[in-house]
Design a protein around this ligand. Sequence first.
Ligand code: GLU
Length: 276
Amino acid sequence: MEVTRFAPSPNGPLHLGHAFSAVVGHDLAASRGGRFLLRIEDIDGARSKPGLAKDFRKDLAWLGLAFDEVPMQSSRLAHYAAAADRLRARGLLYPCGCTRAEIEARAIRHGPEGAVYPGTCRLSPPPPGRPLAWRIDMAKAVAQAGPLAWKDEIAGTIPADPMAAGDVVLVRKDAPASYHLAATLDDAADGVTLVTRGADLFAATHVHRLLQALLGLPVPRWHHHALLADASGRKLAKSRGSAALAERRLAGEDGRALVNALRQGRFPAGIRLAST
Ligand code: GLU
């Protein structure tokens, strides 16, 4: 049975781009007789406001998108820590005390997630007394896992290239997992067969595919959908104040009509599908 998901982070209200993503995930499951899951990623982001989860559920109900909710990330911390321990025991993680500013200043290249970590703490241990994150030794991990590929329903078969992301953080300073580790473990635990999400997370999949290989997790397929963009071509973002779904809901707008319009590619004025 096909299992898709919508995995918002409660660090700001949902906007139209989220509605579109939820419609894609919901409809792919519905058209295949499958299940559509809601997972609240409440450790993905330091500014997480778990109270927003209630609004997210109301927003989806208002849109007429039926879902099954799976456990929030904050209830799975021990599971993440155990997976990190396994990777640590294989010598694949190392502690890093670098600050964002230090990484920016020393970075030699930039990847999909910004400055690629220059390996400072892999080459010499972090100075004592600093809060520590744990990073993956990517070259070593890739050598252990061997060549990998993953399948996207839209983009086809993609050779995995996790080296492009560099030594990403798997255990954050303030949480027992980063987005990469938590989301990969969750998709496996939730029985997700088709990871539905925006094309902005396409590059992250290279890392997720590697983690699946290292941790012996089942390998789903992916469906990275195009993003909604505003008139200037920028993707809709909470930070740029795209109208919240909750505002529309409370203003009495018809959520089901909005979903039908999104399904037909009829977007509100000034909004279109980004070309990526
Ligand atoms: N929590 C992520 C976000 O809100 C999405 C993660 C995912 O779909 O894999 O951007």
